[in-house]
Write a protein that binds this ligand. Structure first.
Ligand SMILES: C[S@@+](CC[C@H](N)C(=O)[O-])C[C@H]1O[C@@H](n2cnc3c(N)ncnc32)[C@H](O)[C@@H]1O
Length: 278
């Protein structure tokens, strides 16, 4: 199997326990620390574990370089893990003040601070609207531009407080229970890490890497990602490449959300590669 987002190896540990010594798990992650965590967690598995610090946008090349031609299962659990949210090296959290970075792949040179300090007001509003689905994007962008005229925006706390100020209109109540900065932070993270482009590349490469009857499973956490997965699976089904296994996405139960609130927005979709008729 290929675990395209191995993180700290939680999923691979479960799958790996049912693989014997002939089984192989190839795990990818852009985060070096996650790779180290997975290495430790998977060390007692009977199967072979190959870990690669790389981006799943290059899944085909990275896996074949290891001498693995086909996979029976590809898993992608998108987004970030809790350890990354808490780690100031990534600068992702609006709960704790940290440098405004947001790049998970440290080969990326553009940070969230670059975007908020250098983009013009309209481009910034468009980005917050498109990737954050934030209806108040223009107002937030205006507040950001006004603030940065005084001093550059360099921390997550500074940005979160600007967004909160932009959204606190007297006489209006935001009905949402999520933190006001959630959508703006999501937008910047998607932009910095080119998350949608990378997902599109992964989805495009998967059929070539899957063995016949091999399965591709993707867990997504927001509608922009889920839509890409849904559209890709359906298009491949129409072309006779996949059979979609999950007509509707599989969602966590209430009990699971109770145990793990971060699972609340998760959607799992699975497709199976059809037997070639050629
Ligand atoms: C939700 S966590 C995965 C957790 C993992 N399933 C587990 O059980 O521990 C998502 C992981 O995907 C990684 N990631 C995000 N985008 C990536 C990409 N384009 N290529 C490779 N890894 C990526 C993140 O660094 C993070 O470790």
């Amino acid at each position: 199997m290929v675990d395209a987002t191995i993180g700290h190896g939680g999923h691979s540990l479960l799958f790996g326990r049912s693989l014997g010594p002939d089984g192989v798990i190839v795990g990818l992650d852009v985060d070096k620390k996650a790779i180290q965590g997975a290495q430790f967690r998977l060390k007692d598995l009977a199967c072979k574990v190959i870990l690669i610090n790389g981006n799943f946008s290059e899944i085909g090349e990275l896996v074949r370089e290891q001498g693995v031609e086909k996979a029976d299962f590809i898993l992608a659990d998108l987004g970030v893990c809790s350890a990354q949210l808490a780690d100031s090296e990534f600068g992702l959290s609006f709960q704790t003040d940290m440098p405004l970075d947001m790049s998970i792949d440290k080969r990326i040179k553009t940070t969230a601070a670059d975007i908020v300090n250098k983009s013009d007001e309209k481009s910034l509003a468009d980005l917050i609207y498109k990737f954050g689905q934030e209806r108040a994007s223009r107002r937030i962008s205006r507040f950001i531009v006004r603030e940065r005229e005084g001093r550059p925006i360099s921390t997550t706390g500074q940005l979160a407080s600007i967004v909160c100020r932009a959204l606190q209109r007297p006489g209006r109540k935001r009905r949402s229970r999520i933190h006001p900065a959630t959508r703006t932070f999501q937008a910047l993270r998607i932009a910095v890490n080119e998350e949608l482009e990378n997902l599109e590349r992964l989805l495009a490469s998967a059929p070539g890497l899957l063995a016949e009857h091999g399965r591709m499973a993707v867990i997504s956490y927001h509608s922009l990602e889920d839509r890409l997965v849904k559209v890709n699976f359906r298009a491949n089904e129409k072309d006779g490449i996949y059979k979609v296994v999950t007509k509707k996405p599989i969602l966590p139960s209430r009990e699971e959300i109770g145990r793990n609130p971060r699972a609340r927005s998760a959607k799992l979709r699975i497709a199976e590669k059809k037997q070639s008729t050629e």
